[in-house]
Ligand binder design. Structure first.
Ligand SMILES: *Cc1c(COP(=O)(O)O)cnc(C)c1O
Length: 380
């Protein structure tokens, strides 16, 4: 069946006990055993919960993996992923990452003796050179946050295989509706379900999806051992969001395209970053690797901090807030908000300047979003 049908039906059968078309929220921390260690698959709520299990099976099916694991946040998922890599491991990571991801990788480097190198995985020469030596994990985001740079997943997977590394892809921006890294050879997909999968800015959550059975068993063990699991209610809300992912992503994209086109060519704008624009340096890769371009547009305004802060003040429909991927439009100033934990020199070297603004286009009427950015740019 096609993706939008699978979003609603895959691994989400009506409740076998009652026929309820929505999965019940099992608010139980523990489960009765008929004799010691004889049970129906559920023992203790950290280890497993039936509502969470429905979400995990749905995530696995949509990403094309062997198993899904749900977490209490995207960084909870990343923490659990990194537990697999002891001191001395070599991790090659992209150099344009969510700020909190950068912070956690840097923490592991300082605290636990893991070797972490941040490199431009969008540059084939850099990928070839970096992965000419053995590595344990290649970690990337595509499109990246906040610069919407792309990484050729299949090409990196080929190099990583030769280096003996597993490949993990943060698929938060694209979602499985637009890009499925496991089909391109990746071993692990990570999500902040806080964003598009939840889709309504009402929960914090994360997920891992594993391609192989053995890794799935190992990470299920780590999920229980580390314990960063979501509540059954949060698992339910992600499931509820998932069902409308297809229509929401279409609407997000329609809005993002309209906003990107409005911004491009405005004299107050230095550069627009959106993979759907022909001017994006990796537009062809986006067309090949993704089935759509998503809802995030970044823009670099001219004149640095002062006109940028004025632009942010003047927006009326876009709300100034961290996060992205909800039905409402949000605007972020990475330099002072989401990416403030990245040291200034590092940030500037990678293009996260004081004039950079990240727009998460919601599913309001695109014309209102276009009017909003046009009005906020007036006089610049
Ligand atoms: C938000 C985000 C994360 C972190 O997820 P949390 O749910 O906030 O812990 C990781 N990666 C990307 C791309 C994100 O946008």
């Amino acid at each position: 069946m096609r993706f939008n049908t699978r979003l609603i039906h895959d691994a989400q059968p009506p409740d076998p006990l009652t026929g309820a078309v929505n999965p019940p929220i099992y608010l139980s921390s523990t489960f009765r055993q008929s004799a010691p260690n004889r049970h129906r698959g559920y023992v203790y709520g950290r280890t497993g919960n039936p509502t969470r299990a429905v979400l995990e099976a749905a995530l696995a099916a949509l990403e094309g993996g062997r198993a899904g694991l749900a977490f209490s946040s995207g960084l909870g998922a990343l923490t659990t992923l990194l537990e697999q890599f002891p001191s001395g491991s070599r991790i090659v990571a992209g150099d344009d990452l969510y700020g909190g991801t950068w912070r956690l990788l840097d923490h592991h480097r300082r605290q636990f003796g893991v070797r972490v190198e941040f490199v431009d995985l969008g540059d084939p020469a850099v990928v070839a050179e970096t992965l000419a030596r053995p590595a344990d994990l290649v970690y990337l985001e595509t499109p990246s946050n906040p610069l919407l740079r792309l990484v050729d997943i299949a090409a990196v997977v080929r190099r990583a295989r030769a280096a003996g590394a597993v490949v993990a892809v943060d698929n938060t921006f694209a979602t499985p509706a637009l890009q499925r890294p496991i089909e391109l050879g990746a071993d692990i997909v990570l999500h902040s379900t806080t964003k598009y999968l939840g889709g309504h800015s009402d929960i914090i959550g994360g997920a891992l999806v594993l391609k192989e059975h053995r890794a799935a068993a190992r990470y299920a063990w780590l999920q229980n051992a580390v314990g960063a699991v979501p509540s059954p209610f949060d698992a339910y809300l992600v499931l509820r969001g998932l069902r409308t992912l297809g229509v929401r992503m279409r609407a997000h994209e329609e809005a993002a395209r309209a906003v990107a086109e409005e911004l491009e060519g405005h004299r107050g704008v230095r550069r627009v970053f959106y993979p759907g624009l022909a001017s994006h340096p990796q537009h062809r890769l986006a067309r090949r690797q993704m089935s759509g371009y998503g809802g995030i547009v970044s823009v670099e305004l001219r004149g640095g901090r002062a006109p940028t802060l004025r632009f942010l003040r003047r927006l009326k429909v876009f709300t100034l807030a961290e996060s992205l991927g909800g039905v409402e439009s949000l605007v972020d100033h990475p330099a002072t908000m989401t990416h403030a934990s990245v040291p200034e020199a590092e940030r500037l070297a990678h293009g996260v300047t004081d004039g950079l603004v990240r727009l998460s286009c919601g599913i309001e009427d695109p014309a209102d979003l276009v009017d909003d950015v046009r009005g906020a740019l007036r006089g610049t």
